[in-house]
Write a protein that binds this ligand. Structure first.
Ligand SMILES: *Cc1c(COP(=O)(O)O)cnc(C)c1O
Length: 387
């Protein structure tokens, strides 16, 4: 058994937290109506706009990523509204459930788990909607349950051509990992959560709102109080919050966003891309198969099939031997796949370590040769060293 004191989180959230951010969390809370806190909100909201590549408002909500997605839906839509939901994994399924719970009429566009949503299906349904009855298109950019990234840029173009429907996008595991230029792609509502690319613990979520989304908010009749985004927008004008925010998480957010600015968006995206390539190619060299279609691998997470091997047992062995936590498969994929999160505060050493741990267990099981284990590392290093 490993000493269970040096846990390495390689799951798609919560993700590892840098020491600087942990220190920020451990400070005494301050009054949330103080000038000091207002300064903090001013700093975080401008850095959040930088991260989202937007001039529009980015609101901070106390609650996990699901709160931000729910807020996007209930603030802009009304009972009986027709919406398209893209569904190719567990999170896509969740947004269908939320939409139905609020009495929306859902048109589902789905795709087998592990494959991306087909943008042309969105185009077709949107083009056929001559009466402009479709009020929103709801989808997940990076589908964490399968390791697939959907072609948001193209789907967003088709939404623009429809001209009426809003886009409500779950960018929880894409924002801060790959390019999500909110204004350039004209995304209306973009939701994300603190425990993913932001490198801070769970508890905060973020929602970017376009002018078009705010205009839709004027028509929306779904019930809301705590998540009424108009209150958040109003308070933000004076760098404040409608209710008591998670003050210490805001300390952490400020620190994490400063670290991200120091690294720079391009470097952050390059790092995640490099880690994705190193992971996925090493996995193939270890005779394991990727779960997701290789043309649409998420930058944040690699899902791996284990064939005859029980993925849950494999994952437990890695945890016991190395104190590295990997994620399992969800629903029908439980026992069939495991998932490696490489999102947020992850460096090349983490990638090398997790590949080595996987190789070590495969070697023990007699599934690979020492030569194959070595080759996987050579391949990973090639991607990690690429300029
Ligand atoms: C983690 C995650 C969420 C948010 O889930 P919460 O548990 O509510 O934070 C939403 N969408 C995706 C794709 C995620 O990976």
């Amino acid at each position: 058994m490993a000493i269970q004191q040096k846990l390495s989180l390689m799951i798609p959230g919560p993700t590892p937290v840098p020491e600087k951010v942990l220190q920020a969390l451990s400070k005494h809370p301050i009054g949330h109506r103080s000038k000091e806190f207002q300064d903090l909100v001013e700093s975080t909201s401008s850095n959040l706009q930088w991260l989202h590549q937007t001039k529009n408002d980015v609101l901070t909500i106390t609650g996990s990523g699901t709160a931000a997605m729910e807020a996007g839906i209930i603030n802009t839509l009304s009972k009986g509204d027709k919406v398209i939901c893209g569904e190719n994994g567990k999170f896509g399924e969740r947004w269908v459930k939320v939409a139905k719970e609020f009495g929306l009429e859902v048109i589902k566009i789905d795709s087998e788990w592990g494959t991306p949503l087909n943008p042309e299906e969105f185009k077709k349904i949107l083009e056929e909607d001559k009466q402009k009855e479709i009020k929103a298109v709801i989808l997940t950019h990076s589908e964490t349950s399968t390791g697939v990234i959907n072609d948001l840029e193209t789907i967003s173009k088709y939404i623009q051509e429809h001209n009426k429907a809003l886009s409500i996008i779950d960018c929880v595991t894409s924002l801060g990992a790959c390019n999500v230029p909110v204004d350039e792609w004209k995304l209306d509502i973009v939701a994300s959560g603190s425990q993913k690319g932001y490198m801070i613990p769970p508890g905060l979520s973020f929602i970017a709102m376009s002018q078009k989304a705010w205009a839709a908010a004027e028509q929306s009749n779904l019930p809301k109080f705590y998540l009424n985004l108009k209150s958040y927008r109003k308070s933000l004008l004076s760098n404040s919050n409608p209710y008591t925010p998670a003050v210490n998480l805001v300390f952490a957010l400020d620190e994490a966003l400063k670290m991200m600015r120091e690294e720079g968006l391009e470097n952050i995206f390059l790092r995640h891309n490099k880690h994705k390539l190193a992971m996925s190619n090493a996995i193939k060299a270890l005779n394991l198969r990727l779960f997701a279609n290789e043309k649409c691998l998420s930058p944040s997470i690699t899902a791996i099939r284990t064939g005859e091997m029980d993925a849950e047992k494999f994952r437990k062995t890695i945890k016991n031997k190395f104190d590295i936590l990997l994620a399992g498969g969800q629903d029908h994929l439980k026992g069939k796949i495991f998932r490696v999160g490489h999102l947020g505060y992850v460096n090349d050493r983490d990638i090398i370590t997790v590949i080595t741990a996987i190789s070590n267990v495969l070697l023990d099981l007699g599934q690979i040769t020492a030569k194959e284990a070595g080759e996987a590392l050579v391949i990973a290093s090639r991607y990690l060293n690429a300029k």
